[in-house]
Write a protein that binds this ligand. Sequence first.
Ligand code: SF4
Ligand code: SF4
Length: 82
Amino acid sequence: MVLFAFVMAAKAEINIEKCKGCYYCIDVCPAGAIVRSGLSNSKGYDYVEVDRSKCTGCQRCYIVCPDCCFTIVSDSMVKNNK
Ligand code: SF4
Ligand code: SF4
């Protein structure tokens, strides 16, 4: 039950400055929580945003992103940069 509570509480956060706009994360997100921002970061890449209200914390974006942009955050644990 403790693990279940962790999974439900976890959310993805993104470092937009690492994003290169490949959009792999949009394709794998089962919740439709990742969208194109329509904006560019300081390197000129069009980055994505996470709608935390839709995110289930499944970690698929964290696994697929080739640039390690995502952090999965819960009240009790932070996972970052594979
Ligand atoms: S997979 Fe990573 S680099 Fe590609 S769009 Fe998503 S956050 Fe950006
Ligand atoms: S953790 Fe899962 S639900 Fe949340 S943004 Fe990433 S892929 Fe989507």
